[in-house]
Unconditional design. Structure first.
Length: 257
């Protein structure tokens, strides 16, 4: 069991160390440039301030997307709304750090209301941008232990049925009578095949049949919509796939919802 835990934790630690190294480089570069009038300060002070901003900002904003993905279904809210609310909240302590850190150790004072609000809005805008960047970067990374679709394409029988113009990055399958419509980022096309047989030929891709008429690639899910008891998965190309009620609990247990 300890070996399994170690195997699971190693990718997360590696990802964290990479992120930390990136933030360190960003902090050092900003310290050398000295933006926003900070160039007048000694280099040691600039390093403390900008590295502090980088590390605290990472701690506050980097987890937002993961938290939003988990909390949105429980709160019955869109993921983007939870991200936005989290940015508003995280920007409060970040604004305090941005105000206090450059004024240490003996120049700290309480700002007036207008200055505090202006400072907060600047921090919120930058923090929101950081959140968007981290969200895009982490979505670009394939889940640990899963081979990207383009590597597995040669091993998946169904992908051989697709015309070359659609590529091999499957987003979803949609049943239409005796056909399945294959969706990829490049478009869609009909394949004469039953859904059951098509799903059998998808072995090797990380996905699930979320509805009698839909199979969805896990990496293509961008959001979850809830309307009462009805749940729909919003996919990368803008289409929406319904989730059968019988599949809600298995998908939630698997971390999809």
């Amino acid at each position: 069991m300890s070996n399994d835990l170690q195997a699971q934790s190693t990718p997360a630690i590696r990802s964290f160390l990479i992120d930390l190294a990136v933030m360190t480089v960003i902090g050092i570069v900003l310290a050398l440039i000295g933006p926003f009038g900070s160039f007048q300060e000694p280099i040691a002070m600039r390093l403390i301030v900008w590295l502090g901003f980088a590390y605290v900002g990472y701690a506050l904003y980097a987890p937002i997307d993961g938290v939003a993905q988990k909390m949105a279904p429980r709160l019955d809210l869109p993921v983007w709304a939870v991200r936005l609310a989290a940015c508003f909240v995280a920007s409060v302590p970040m604004a305090v750090v941005v105000w206090v850190l450059p004024r240490l150790p003996d120049r700290v004072r309480i700002p007036d209301a207008n200055t505090a609000l202006e400072q907060y809005l600047y921090v919120f805008l930058v923090g929101g941008l950081v959140t968007v960047i981290f969200t895009l970067l982490h979505r670009a990374k394939p889940p640990e232990g899963i081979v990207p679709h383009r590597v597995e394409a040669a091993q998946v029988r169904f992908l051989e049925r697709l015309p070359p113009s659609l590529g091999s990055e499957l987003v979803a399958l949609e049943m239409e009578d005796h056909y399945v419509r294959a969706h990829t980022p490049l478009g869609s096309d009909l394949v004469l095949l039953r859904m059951r047989d098509a799903v059998a030929e998808l072995e090797g891709l990380d996905g699930a049949q979320v509805h009698r008429s839909w199979w969805v690639a896990r990496g293509a899910v961008e959001d979850v919509k809830r309307e009462g008891r009805n749940i729909r998965l919003v996919l990368a190309n803008g289409i929406e796939a319904p989730v059968a009620r019988a599949n809600v609990k298995p998908l939630r247990d698997a971390g999809w919802l």
